[in-house]
Write a protein that binds this ligand. Structure first.
Ligand SMILES: [Zn+2]
Length: 464
């Protein structure tokens, strides 16, 4: 089997590590791009879902009580995410002083029935919270209410990760209701682990709970129904999220339209766009009201060559007009390619700076070891990624290689290795991440005197 970056191995773990590096590079390159453009950049943590509370009150937070095990899990994940953000900031700052502090972590807006994620046209310079926009069209408001209150009646998918794409058209009251669309991608330029892997890319539930096939269930509360048939190499399964569909529809419906994603059903309560959608939204000029670094499992942008992967719904939705999907995908591929190049440069440079920092300590006679800034297990893929991107650039110059069709493929391939994006970043920068984890743990055992000494050392308290 060849790995995503083209190495020969039979170890699936190698793909996981490469996916870590690729997604981390895209994320770092995305942050760097916002920095150069002076655009706010924030990754958000979700609020727990109302289902995770013993007592839940819609408006009075003081009256809520989380289920103890859920609360522990939530706080653990929240802390872990913040450590990953610290690691990310540290490595970014090593590249460009100030870039680390520029990146922000926050909490997204709280979910409530009918709550929407907005893609705000031209909102790049706005803070995320200011990008929310109310629907104005009478019919879009009506249907948003209907999908929220009676998802079963509107026949939209309402299982895990159910985000229904909608548009707001205040002029012509055009309507679109498009849940996540499962598709089959036969692009031979993309990676595939081989013939042993049937239905590659399919979203799976936990096998130990007997839910491995959950996405194939006909019950819309659980799945998207059966596949048209087994999907084998070189084909793979992909998922077009509602927001991407809504953006395509906005182009043909009018410049006054706004794309939305509606968290649908009872199990989907994240009020932020997945990172993959985020990249597409920026490429199309509709940046999101909130971004999370969770899962974008087998995410794929609409494109002319995709065919339906739902046996019960073999038509591709009408809002995917080839000329529109093509032009948006071209721009997206280019942007991802450049995020990858910038991000991989950051990772590579972080390794060089680590060595420089060590030499500086050595020559000053300080007998300390500088920790690695990139996980030693991820170093080879970092170099392989850098080389692959440089080769593609040369091919573009010499043979007019079409980066607008293939530039984002490594990212798409990485997204077929399902995991949370923030966990991938955490693994790529593992030693730095561990440092923050350990520091936080050590801080808990410190005496008051030690805590104050630390504050003085950090310049938080100035002493004469
Ligand atoms: Zn998404």
């Amino acid at each position: 089997m060849k790995t995503i970056l083209g190495n020969e191995t039979d170890d699936m773990k190698a793909n996981e590590i490469e996916a870590d590096v690729i997604v981390t590079a895209v994320a770092l390159g995305f942050v760097g791009t916002r920095w150069y453009l002076d655009q706010p950049c924030r990754f958000d943590v979700e609020h727990p879902s109302p289902k995770e509370y013993d007592v839940w009150h819609p408006t009075d937070v003081g009256q809520r009580r989380m289920k103890p095990d859920k609360e522990e899990e939530f706080l653990k994940d929240y802390q872990a995410f913040l450590h990953v953000m610290s690691a990310m900031s540290y490595v970014l700052d090593k590249n460009d002083p100030g870039l680390g502090a520029f990146l922000k972590a926050a909490q997204s807006a709280e979910w409530a029935p009918g709550a929407l994620i907005t893609g705000r046209a031209g909102g790049e310079m706005l803070e995320a919270d200011e990008r929310h926009k109310r629907m104005r069209g009478r019919w879009s408001r009506h249907f948003a209410g209907l999908v929220t209150e009676r998802p079963t009646w509107t026949e939209v998918y309402e299982g895990r990760g159910a985000y229904t794409g909608m548009i707001d058209d205040p002029v012509n009251d055009d309507i679109m209701i498009q849940p996540t669309k499962r598709v089959i991608d036969n692009d031979t330029n993309r990676w595939h682990p081989g013939l042993d892997y049937v239905n590659w890319g399919l979203i799976k539930g936990p096998a130990e709970k007997g839910l491995a096939d959950i996405n194939l269930r006909a019950d819309r509360k659980l799945g998207m129904g059966p596949l048209p048939g087994d999907v084998r190499a070189p084909e793979r399964i992909g998922y077009i999220h509602g927001m991407s569909s809504a953006i395509n529809r906005c182009v043909s419906s009018g410049a006054w339209c706004t794309p939305y994603e509606l968290a649908t059903g009872e199990v989907t309560t994240k009020m932020a766009s997945c990172f993959a959608c985020t990249t597409y939204m920026y490429a199309a000029g509709f940046p999101p009201s909130s971004i999370h670094l969770g899962r974008g499992e087998s995410w794929i942008p609409p494109a002319p060559h995709l065919v339906s992967g739902e046996k019960d719904d073999m038509a591709m939705p009408i809002h995917y007009e080839n000329a529109i999907t093509q032009s948006l995908a071209t721009r997206w591929h280019w942007e991802i390619y450049h995020y990858l190049r910038l991000g991989s440069r950051y990772l590579y440079r972080a390794m060089e700076v680590q060595e420089e920092d060590q030499r500086a300590l050595d020559s000053a006679g300080i007998e300390k070891t500088v920790i690695k800034y990139v996980n030693p297990t991820h170093v080879v893929p970092v170099i392989a990624l850098k080389t692959a991107l440089e080769q593609l650039w040369r091919k573009h110059l010499d043979q007019a290689a079409d980066i607008g069709s293939v530039g984002g493929n490594l990212f798409l391939d990485a997204l077929t290795m399902h995991d949370s994006d923030w966990k991938r970043v955490g693994r790529t920068l593992q030693p730095v991440n561990d440092y923050y984890v350990n520091e936080a743990a050590a801080a808990l055992t410190k005496t008051e005197q030690e805590r104050l000494a630390m504050k003085i050392a950090a310049g938080d308290i100035l002493v004469g």
